[in-house]
Design a protein around this ligand. Structure first.
Ligand code: CIR
Length: 263
């Protein structure tokens, strides 16, 4: 089985986060209808998310805020980290292209080796799912074949295999699927185009249950909007920590996109 490369122990676990912009409510929407955003609540939820990471032994590093870039809180889309290697993305939405500069400064400050994706290639970090040495890349409205080709050219010489996955029902690959520490890919079946591309696939009962952040080999962070999925993971032996991220879910964000785990 494709065992996921998850570092154990608490040393050196760092996560990039970026506080919500004042115009968060103007963030992009593709597959869902706009509903009112409570900015104050969003800030409280963001703080709760950061506190949960820290309580689990993660040091959080704040990327310089971008108060006028509405989707900048979704830092996962701007930079992808593979161990000591950072790939600065080429955001598919023109309104998000300004987000990468400060994300790059943050990974440089961490001493990571930095690569870039460039137009006409586009790729959002939310389309990249690592499972062991396999890197699945969603082919979405945000990520195109050229962006995928550029990422492959960076990763394949370094021992990763890049697998392109069609995404038509949700914004990003990681809106549809993420992975458990043992490499099982999890997803809400109606939103997954073709689960047969994954060696092991487990269906979860709620759309918000598809996104988990693996905090350590035994612990998952997920949305409080998916209690039946949480119970499923608990039954598999995981410790599950939940956070309310309703204001970000209204903007097609999920628990993964609010941080970049450096590991
Ligand atoms: C967007 O449409 O770009 C944002 N409103 C949501 C981005 C969510 N990011 C992610 O799932 N990785």
């Amino acid at each position: 089985s494709a065992a996921a490369a998850v570092t154990s122990g608490t040393a050196g676990r760092r996560a990039l986060v970026r506080r919500p912009a004042r115009n968060l409510a103007e963030g992009q929407l593709t597959h869902i209808r706009r509903s009112p955003i409570d900015l104050e609540l969003a800030v409280l939820q963001w703080r709760g998310y950061v506190a949960s990471l820290e309580a689990e032994g993660w040091e959080t590093i704040e990327v310089e805020p971008a108060p006028d870039l509405p989707d900048s809180v979704f830092i996962e889309d701007a930079v992808i980290v593979f161990g000591q290697l950072a790939v600065v993305s080429s955001p598919g939405a023109p309104s998000r292209r300004g987000e990468t500069r400060a994300a790059e400064a943050a990974v440089r400050a961490l001493g990571l080796s930095v690569h870039h994706l460039e137009l006409p290639g586009t790729l959002d970090g939310g389309d990249v799912l690592k499972v062991g040495r396999t890197v699945y890349v969603g082919q979405s409205l945000r990520t195109n074949a050229e962006g995928t080709r550029q990422l492959r050219a960076i990763l394949e010489p370094r021992g990763h295999t890049v697998v392109a996955v069609p995404i038509t029902k949700v914004l990003h690959l990681k809106t549809a699927v993420t992975a458990l520490p043992d490499g099982t890919v999890i997803g809400y079946r109606p939103l997954v185009d073709d689960p047969r591309v994954f060696p092991q696939f487990l269906s979860v009962p709620e759309p918000e249950g598809t996104a988990v952040v693996v905090l350590d080999p035994a612990t998952l962070l997920m949305s409080s909007a998916a209690p039946r999925s949480a119970a499923l993971f608990t039954g598999l032996g995981y410790r599950v920590i939940t956070v309310d991220i309703s204001e970000f879910e209204k903007l097609e964000g999920c628990v993964t996109c609010l941080s970049v785990r450096v590991r």
